[in-house]
Design a protein around this ligand. Sequence first.
Ligand code: DOR
Length: 451
Amino acid sequence: MLLAARKKLAIRGGRVIDPAQGIDRIADVLISNGKIEEITGKSDGHTPDGYEQIDASGLIVSPGFVDLHTHLREPGQEWKETIATGTQAAAWGGFTTVCAMPNTEPVQDTASVVDDVMRRAEAVGVVRVLPIGAISVGQNGKRLAPMGELADAGVIGFSDDGNPVSDANLMRQALAYSVDLGLPIINHAEDKRLGAGGVMNAGAVATRLGLAGVAAEAETAMVTRDLQLAGLTGARLHIPHVSTIGSITALRSAKERGLNVTAEVTPHHLTLTDEWVYGQHGEVPESVGPESYDTNTKVNPPLRSRADEEVLIEALAEGLIDVIATDHAPHAATDKICTYNEAAYGINVLETAFSSIFTLVDVDPKMLSLGRLIESLTAGPAAILGRDLGSLEKGYSADVTLIDPEMKWTVNPQAFASKSVNTPLAGVELTGRVVITIYQGTKVFDLRNHG
Ligand code: DOR
């Protein structure tokens, strides 16, 4: 962590949007000692003495974003990302808290590995890192990890991430144990046998490219099973990266039945479809040849159909999907310069997350409002964590994200803070950009120094 200078800061004249407090007005945000001191009634053009000023006129002032699903790759795959570069990428994207998935090497399945991650994060992270513990030893789905020990070490939930817990009885046990620990189980929802080795969404694009497809039912079936088991055990289930219409139908019925379930959706599943696999920014080419795909679109769960995408946007807008989470999955160039079959699954998301979804708001705020977008990046994930985060409430950590809603920029992965460049958005022009990120009262990103 950067040693906070603990200055007094006044963020002046911005449009302050804090869904947790129902605030959307022009105001000043005062910060002292790394904490929120006050949101003024309105911006009165007068700043008390001793405050460094940030002119936020024309900008949106939001609580710092909270990401429930980030891959930092350290320990074990530091050539893809480190805690230092991953947290810098987070800061550049407006995130002041990231939850680190346990598929590191070694896996975060013991207190000592979790301790190690937390210590490294404290030393070099520029934003808050909250670790997620594994559900099973080595994430291999055979034996439960020491969940109580992991909870004591400070994990915020349990997940085997890319490895779904296929054994229903093991999943039932994990859910049952998690009840006493008061932490959610986050199960990657995919029936691998039904997925049958597919590398993209099953459908017309897969057929045309000659690639094996994963049917949407591979996800829907696992979501349905997990919801049944959550009902059986009374546990908290958090469904990561939902991507299918069937998952949304199952989620709706589970919430109507009062199950303790929450769900997240990624920026890419909200904004990209399987037509992006052609590598032409969503255009469908007239003919296909050996170069007709972009391995940066390979992700698990895969990019789905337009119909799925529309239902996901609606479900987020109405609050059925609780939060946006990035599933930031950095991979090295060699993992992506290869055939689609060989490529690694994962998209580099932190630095494009807000802007890519803001494009939806910009096009049609009736479809997705700015307030709901910010809520799903702040108050929503904070509520799932049960922590005093995601709001500009007095006394909370001064984690603040400033956004220029008019700024147009073109995605240049070579300029990312992340170590990796695996995004299908290279060269795409986006509108709206995070310009300043403040963590615990200290600026950890200022676009003017990096732009
Ligand atoms: O696309 C993905 N990448 N999905 C996962 O489940 C794992 C992740 C990774 O770790 O790269």
